[in-house]
Write a protein that binds this ligand. Structure first.
Ligand SMILES: Cc1cc2nc3c(=O)[nH]c(=O)nc-3n(C[C@H](O)[C@H](O)[C@H](O)COP(=O)(O)OP(=O)(O)OC[C@H]3O[C@@H](n4cnc5c(N)ncnc54)[C@H](O)[C@@H]3O)c2cc1C
Length: 368
């Protein structure tokens, strides 16, 4: 039984490894090479619980260590990560500095862990994805990068089952001509993003904030603005991943939009006053995508190939890891049977709807 996994992000590589541990013959196909830049960096307690379960079930001790900040730093100091103690929210108002005003301060800290040792992490995806692909190869996965994957190649490789882990690359969507279901989605946002050096700490630009359950910046930080929100994820080596999610398109180049928003929200402007983008600012007019099906006869998709809603609430990594668990259980006794694939398809569809409703509702609430 030969399984082809298309796409070697962390999810494709990890699934390929798990299937190999189960005894399947797996080929992992990647159009690019590692290490490579990727966004989608902030893990959550659900993601880490799932990583730990996968670690125990399939004997993947690296996954166990990557599931908590303290263990990660000791075992894999060379893999860059950022301490994530929770979810920090600030509401900014156009033309006004962020106001520190006792209990009226528009700040919310949602703690996700009690201490740094067991805390979640932001994953520097270039490092982490590279680790997962190397671990897959070490486990016996056949890996081919710089590969133009076609239906003919899959036939030549003798694939009995194809898993699409190509993310928004949409490999199977094109091969199977699957219709988009984007019209079903309520969330709509464009993204303006980069990685930055020199982003200041929030306490330095808004002094006087009382101490919270964790230091504000060691978190997934959400700066809510009239136009949407800005995420800011600080890695331990000082680089920050940041991006504006914008409800409506804005005129101008990415640089002009970036400068306009920093001027409009002075405290965000102060945070990024000395910051330097490490790569050109990139703009995606819409980050959402969604297909009509996630699995069928002889194929299945990982979530990021099937749908993506929004970075809000950091759902992506956990969703991918849960799907790896589920798909792996479908492969426990050989190739997945139709009933299991239908269930997988239905679950992914329902979860895409739930995430979309939650996030779209949050956007509406944040706009008030
Ligand atoms: C703006 C943004 C922010 C996000 N923030 C978060 C967050 O904070 N927390 C969170 O949990 N999730 C987040 N996500 C979601 C997260 O990015 C995904 O869950 C995660 O990337 C899924 O990993 P993956 O390995 O499935 O796919 P990807 O990371 O997309 O990897 C796909 C791989 O497939 C390869 N590929 C593509 N096409 C082909 C092809 N035709 N043939 C061969 N190979 C191909 C690509 O080169 C790549 O290596 C975010 C996503 C976006 C877009």
């Amino acid at each position: 039984m030969r399984v082809a996994v298309v796409g070697s992000g962390f999810a494709g590589s990890l699934l390929a490894r798990v299937l190999t541990v189960q005894g399947h013959d797996v080929v992992l196909l990647e159009r690019g090479t590692h290490p490579r830049f990727a966004i989608g960096e902030s893990s959550t307690p659900l993601a880490n619980l799932t990583l730990e379960r996968l670690a125990r079930r399939y004997g993947l001790d690296d996954c166990y260590d990557l599931a908590a900040h303290g263990r990660w730093v000791v075992r894999f100091p060379e893999l860059e990560r950022g301490l994530k103690r929770g979810f920090t929210f600030y509401r900014h108002h156009a033309g006004r500095p962020f106001a520190v005003d006792g209990t009226r301060t528009e700040r919310l800290l949602v703690a996700a862990s009690p201490n740094d040792h067991v805390a979640d992490n932001h994953w520097l995806r270039a490092d982490v994805d590279h680790h997962f692909v190397r671990a897959a190869v070490a486990a016996g996965v056949e890996y081919r990068d710089r590969t133009d994957v076609t239906a003919e190649l899959l036939k030549i490789l003798g694939a009995d089952f194809v898993v699409d882990a190509s993310g928004p690359g949409g490999f199977l969507a094109r091969q199977l001509d699957l219709p988009s279901a984007l019209h079903r989605m309520h969330t709509r946002a464009g993204l303006l993003f980069s990685h930055f050096a020199g982003v200041r700490l929030f306490a330095d630009v808004a002094p006087g904030l009382p101490a919270g359950p964790y230091p504000d910046d060691w978190a997934a930080v959400h700066h809510i603005i009239d136009e949407g929100w800005l995420y800011s994820l600080r890695f331990d080596h000082g680089i920050t991943s940041a991006g504006f999610l914008l409800r409506d398109p804005m005129p101008g180049t990415p640089e002009e939009t970036w400068r306009h928003l920093l001027r409009r929200y002075p405290t965000i402007g102060a945070l990024f006053r000395d910051a330097r983008p490490l790569m050109p600012l990139a703009f995606r007019p819409r980050v959402q995508h969604r297909l009509t099906r996630a699995a069928g006869d002889g194929w299945a998709m990982l979530p990021h190939a099937f749908a993506f809603v929004d970075p809000l609430f950091s759902t992506g990594i956990a969703w991918s890891l849960r799907a790896i668990e589920r798909l792996a259980s479908c492969f426990e006794n050989g190739l997945p049977i139709e009933r299991d694939l239908s269930r997988y398809d239905a679950l992914l569809g329902a979860e895409a709807d739930q995430i979309d409703w939650l996030v779209a509702g949050a956007y509406r609430a944040m706009a008030r």
